[in-house]
Design a protein around this ligand. Structure first.
Ligand SMILES: *Cc1c(COP(=O)(O)O)cnc(C)c1O
Length: 822
C-alpha cells in the first residue's frame, strides 16, 4: 500500500534526523543508539507536524468554529511515533530513510514508552476519540492531567503481580510543547467571605485563606489522518505558585510555602490505578478539581478573546465529561460565570446546562463517586456553596413533580445522606446523558437512572463506543491492512463501513487461505514476543484463545481459568480424546489494592505452571500470562487472536472496546450478550460468534429477586466440584493448599459478607463449556473458520470511533467541519 503525502521530502527528512542526532547527542548517526535515533526521528516528525498544528488553529480562528473540550482524567494514548507517521502518510518514506541510515523502523518505534495515562477502556476510548475528531476535521481539545507516573508497569514475580512505577517522562517527551502563557491558578481550601456591593445589592464571594497551585499546560499534537488537521491534547502539570522568598518570610509564610509546594508536587504525581472502582481518596478529588478548573478557566478565557458575550458561550463551546470524574465542571463553570463574569444564577445556569454533557460508563455501584460533605466543602468551599444551591433548586423541582414522594428526593438529590453524588450533579447540569452501548443505555433508562429518565427523558441518548481502525488495523496489523486494501481499496482507512466489500471474498478459497496465512504470520510474531518476554514456547498452529483486559471480577477471568482447569482434567482422564491444541492467552493488570483480582493472576500463573510443564498432555494446552498488558503489546495481540473472550456477567460491561479491536482483526467472539457484544453479533450474525450464558434480564432478575444458589451446582455437578476442590486441596499450590481458599469462598461463600458467586460464574459454567466445544468444532473446519473470520472483519464497519464521533457531533456537540490548507 503506497500512500504518501504530497510534499514530504525524504532527503530533507533524512538530513533533519542526522542533524537532530548531532545537535542533541554530539554524535554522528552511525554512532547513535536506537533510543537516540528514536528521539531524533520524533523531532524530525514534530517539525513536519508543527506547521500543520499552527495552520489548524489559524483555520479554527478564521472559520469561527465551535469547539468541544473532551474532559477526561484518563487518556490511554500508547505510543505516538508510529501513529503520527501513519497519519502524516509518510510511513513508507520514513521506513526507507531509516533503512538507508541502517535502522529498522519497528525497532525505533519500540524505543518509545507508552503514554499510559489511563487504566483501560475509558482512557483508550478518549484516545480513539481524539484520533477520530482530528481525522474528521473537528475542533477539539482533550483536557487531562500530566501524571508524572502513569499506569504502573506490571512485573510477574513467582506468579504474583508486582507494580513498578511508570516513569514515562524520564527521557523527556519529544512531542510535547510547554505553554507557559496559559498557566493559571487553582485554589483549594480556605473559606468564603461574602461582600455586599451597596450599589447593586449583589453579593460577591471571595475565597480567602486558601492554598493554590499553578497549573501549567503541556500540549501534545493529535494528528488527523492525511488531512493536515492537528488538534491538541492539553495535559496539566502543577507547580508551586510562589517560590520561597528567603528575605521576607515569617513562620506562617514559610509553612504555607512548604505546604503549597507539597500540594503541587503530590497533585499530579500518579494516576490512580483503579478501573471501575471508586476509592474516595481526597487527593483524587484534588486532581479532579485541579484539571477541571484549569481547563474551564482557559476555555472561557479563550472564548472571551474572540467574543464579548459570555451568555452565548454555548454557541461556541461544548464540554463533554468522560464519566463523573470531571463532573465538578458543572459547579466550576457556574462559579466562573457568576463570580468572574457577574452573571446571575439564572443566566449562568442557562449557559452551563447548554454547554455540559455527560457520558456514563458503568452501572456498577462500587464505581459511583460520592464525596463526604465534610471533605468536599473543606477542599472546595465556594464550589460546595454552588453545589448546595444547585441541589436546593433541584430538590424543589423533584418535590413539585412528585409531591409527598420523599423516595424520589432520596434517589435523585445531589446532596443526600451526608454525601455529594457526582453522577447526579452531572445529570442535572448537563443537556445530554449518554450510555456507551445500546444495552447499557437501556439498562440506565430502565434501572439505574430510571427516576432521572422519567423526569428528563429528552436528555438520554446512546452512543455506542468505537475504536480507531488507524491504530488497531493500519498500524497494529500491517499484513492484514495491506490485504484488505488489495481486495477492497483503501477507503476503509477513513470510512470503515467500506470494509464490508470484503464479504464477497468470504467464500473465496484463495482469499481464505491468504487470510489464514496472515493470521498465522501474526501468531508467529506474537509467539516470538511471548518467547522473548515469558520464555514460553507456544505453537502458532494451536488456537490462540485470548482474554486481555483489566482484571475485574465482573469480567470473569476466573470463569476462563476454571474452565482451563476443567479441560485439563478432561484430557488427563481421557488422554486419547480428540482435542484441538489451544493456547490460552491472558493479559491483565489488577488494581494495586484489589486482593481478589491479584489472587486471580496468581491462580492463572499457577495453573500455567502445572499445565505447561505436564509432558503427558503433549502440549495440547498452553497457558500464557502476558506481562504488562498495554496499548503497544495489545496491537500485537489483537492481530494474532483467533478467539476473543468477552465473557462478562451480562449487564455489567457497559460496552467493551477490546471486543471491537478483536473483531476488526478477524477474531471470533466467544461472549455473553453484554455491552457492545450484542451489537457485534447483530452485525456479523450469531453463526459467526459463540454466544453463551444468562441474559442481562435474567441476571437482573436474580439480583433483585434472589433464588440463585451456587451450592446446588456444586452438589450436583461432579466435574465442577472437582475443579473447585482443586482450589483448596493444593493441586495448583502444593506448598500452600489454602492459597486459593478466598477464591473458593467467593464462589460458594461461607464466610464473607458478600453473596456467593455474585458474578454467576458457576451458573454460566456449563453454557460456557458448550460454547467452547463449538469453538473447537468450528476451528477444525478451516474453511468455515476462515469464512467467519473474514466476515467478522467485513462486518466491523459500525465499530469505528469515526462513526461514534460523527454521532456525538450530529446529536450532541453540533460542531462545524474544518478543512486545513497548507
Ligand atoms: C481496548 C483496551 C482496553 C479495553 O478492553 P476491554 O476488553 O474493552 O475492557 C484496555 N486496555 C487496553 C490497553 C486496550 O487497548
Amino acid at each position: 500500500m503506497v500512500q504518501n503525502k504530497m510534499g514530504f521530502d525524504k532527503e530533507v527528512f533524512k538530513k533533519s534526523v542526522i542533524d537532530n542526532v548531532k545537535m542533541q547527542y554530539r554524535r554522528t548517526i552511525d554512532e547513535a543508539t536506537p533510543k537516540q535515533v528514536f528521539q531524533a526521528v520524533c523531532y524530525a516528525v514534530k517539525d513536519v507536524i508543527i506547521d500543520e498544528w499552527i495552520a489548524t488553529h489559524k483555520a479554527y480562528d478564521k472559520e469561527d468554529v465551535k469547539k468541544v473540550y473532551y474532559l477526561s482524567m484518563e487518556f490511554l494514548m500508547g505510543r505516538a511515533l508510529g501513529n503520527n507517521i501513519i497519519n502524516i502518510m509518510a510511513r513508507e518514506e520514513i521506513r526507507q530513510v531509516l533503512e538507508e541510515l541502517g535502522f529498522d523502523l519497528n525497532v525505533i518505534e519500540d524505543q518509545e514508552p507508552d503514554a499510559a495515562l489511563g487504566n483501560g477502556g475509558l482512557g483508550r476510548l478518549a484516545a480513539c476519540f481524539l484520533d477520530s475528531l482530528a481525522t474528521l476535521g473537528y475542533a477539539a481539545y482533550g483536557c487531562g492531567i500530566r501524571y508524572k507516573y502513569g499506569m504502573f508497569a506490571q512485573k510477574i514475580e513467582n506468579g504474583y503481580q508486582v507494580e513498578v512505577p511508570d516513569n514515562w517522562l524520564k527521557d523527556g517527551n519529544p512531542f510535547e510543547v510547554r505553554r507557559n502563557e496559559y498557566a493559571c491558578e487553582v485554589k483549594f481550601g480556605g473559606y468564603v467571605r461574602v461582600e455586599r456591593d451597596m450599589d447593586t445589592g449583589r453579593d460577591h464571594f471571595i475565597q480567602e485563606g486558601y492554598q493554590s497551585v499553578r497549573a501549567v499546560p503541556y500540549d501534545l499534537p493529535v494528528v488527523g489522518y492525511g488531512n493536515n488537521v492537528v488538534n491538541t491534547l492539553r495535559i496539566w502539570d502543577a507547580e508551586p505558585i510562589n517560590t520561597f522568598n528567603l528575605d521576607s518570610f515569617d513562620r506562617g509564610d514559610y509553612q504555607k510555602a512548604v505546604e503549597q509546594e507539597n500540594l503541587a508536587k503530590t497533585i499530579v504525581e500518579v494516576l490512580y490505578p483503579n478501573d471501575n472502582h471508586y476509592a474516595g481518596k481526597e487527593l483524587r478529588l484534588k486532581q479532579q478539581y485541579f484539571f477541571i478548573s484549569a481547563s474551564i478557566q482557559t476555555a472561557v478565557r479563550k472564548y472571551m478573546d474572540s467574543y464579548d458575550d459570555v451568555r452565548k458561550l454555548y454557541e461556541k463551546v461544548a464540554f463533554q465529561m468522560n464519566d463523573t470524574h470531571p463532573s465538578v465542571t458543572v459547579a466550576e463553570l457556574m462559579r466562573i460565570l457568576m463570580d468572574e463574569y457577574q452573571l446571575t444564577w439564572e443566566e449562568a445556569w442557562k449557559v452551563t446546562t447548554r454547554c455540559c454533557a455527560y457520558t456514563n460508563h458503568t452501572i456498577m455501584a462500587e464505581a459511583l463517586e460520592k464525596w463526604p460533605i465534610e471533605l468536599f466543602s473543606r477542599l472546595l468551599p465556594r464550589i460546595y456553596q454552588i453545589v448546595e444551591e444547585i441541589n436546593r433548586r433541584f430538590v424543589l423541582e423533584i418535590q413539585a413533580k412528585y409531591p409527598n414522594q420523599p423516595e424520589k428526593v432520596a434517589s435523585m438529590a445531589i446532596i443526600y445522606d451526608g454525601q455529594v453524588k457526582m453522577a447526579h450533579m452531572a445529570i442535572v447540569g448537563s443537556f445530554s446523558v449518554n450510555g456507551v452501548a445500546r444495552l447499557h443505555t437501556e439498562i440506565l433508562k430502565q434501572q439505574q437512572l430510571k427516576d432521572f429518565y422519567a423526569m428528563m427523558p429528552e436528555k438520554f441518548n446512546n452512543k455506542t463506543n468505537g475504536i480507531t481502525q488507524r491504530r488497531f488495523l493500519l498500524h497494529g496489523n500491517p499484513l492484514l491492512a495491506d490485504w484488505v486494501t488489495e481486495h477492497v481499496g483503501n477507503e476503509w482507512i477513513t470510512d470503515l463501513p467500506h470494509i464490508s466489500r470484503l464479504k464477497v471474498f468470504a467464500d473465496d478459497e484463495k482469499a481464505q487461505q491468504e487470510f489464514m496465512n496472515i493470521k498465522y504470520r501474526n501468531k508467529l510474531r506474537l509467539a516470538k514476543y511471548i518467547k522473548e518476554h515469558n520464555g514460553v514456547d507456544v505453537d502458532p498452529r494451536s488456537i490462540f484463545d485470548v482474554q486481555v483486559k483489566r482484571l475485574h471480577e465482573y469480567k470473569r477471568q476466573l470463569l476462563n481459568i476454571l474452565h482451563v482447569m476443567y479441560l485439563y482434567n478432561m484430557i488427563k482422564d481421557n488422554p486419547d480424546m480428540e482435542f484441538y491444541p489451544r493456547t490460552f492467552i491472558f493479559g491483565a493488570k489488577a488494581a494495586a489494592g484489589y486482593y481478589r483480582a491479584k489472587l486471580t493472576i496468581k491462580l492463572i500463573n499457577a495453573v500455567a505452571d502445572v499445565i505447561n510443564n505436564d509432558k503427558s498432555i503433549n502440549g495440547k494446552i498452553k497457558v500464557v500470562f502476558i506481562e504488562n498488558y498495554r496499548v503497544s503489546n495489545a496491537e500485537l495481540i489483537f492481530a494474532a487472536a483467533d478467539v476473543s473472550e468477552q465473557i462478562s456477567t451480562a449487564s455489567k460491561e457497559a460496552s467493551g472496546t477490546g471486543n471491537m479491536k478483536f473483531m476488526l482483526n478477524g477474531a471470533l467472539t466467544l461472549g455473553t450478550m453484554d455491552g457492545a457484544n450484542v451489537e457485534i453479533v447483530e452485525e456479523v450474525g450469531k453463526e459467526n460468534a459463540f454466544i453463551f450464558g444468562m441474559s442481562s434480564d435474567e441476571v437482573i432478575k436474580y439480583e433483585t429477586e434472589g433464588g440463585y444458589d451456587p451450592m446446588e451446582i456444586f452438589n450436583s455437578d461432579q466435574e465442577i466440584r472437582r475443579v473447585l476442590m482443586q482450589l483448596i486441596n493444593g493441586y495448583y499450590a502444593p506448598q500452600d493448599p489454602e492459597l486459593f481458599r478466598e477464591i473458593y469462598n467467593s464462589l460458594l461463600n461461607t464466610y464473607s459478607s458478600d453473596r456467593a458467586d455474585t458474578y454467576f460464574i458457576l451458573k454460566d459454567f456449563n453454557s460456557y463449556h458448550e460454547a467452547q466445544m463449538e469453538v473447537e468444532k468450528a476451528y477444525r473446519d478451516e474453511k468455515r473458520w476462515a469464512r467467519s473470520a473474514i466476515l467478522n472483519v467485513a462486518s466491523s464497519g459500525k465499530f469505528t470511533s469515526d462513526r461514534t464521533i460523527q454521532q456525538y457531533v450530529d446529536e450532541i456537540w453540533h460542531l462545524d467541519k474544518v478543512t486545513v490548507e497548507l
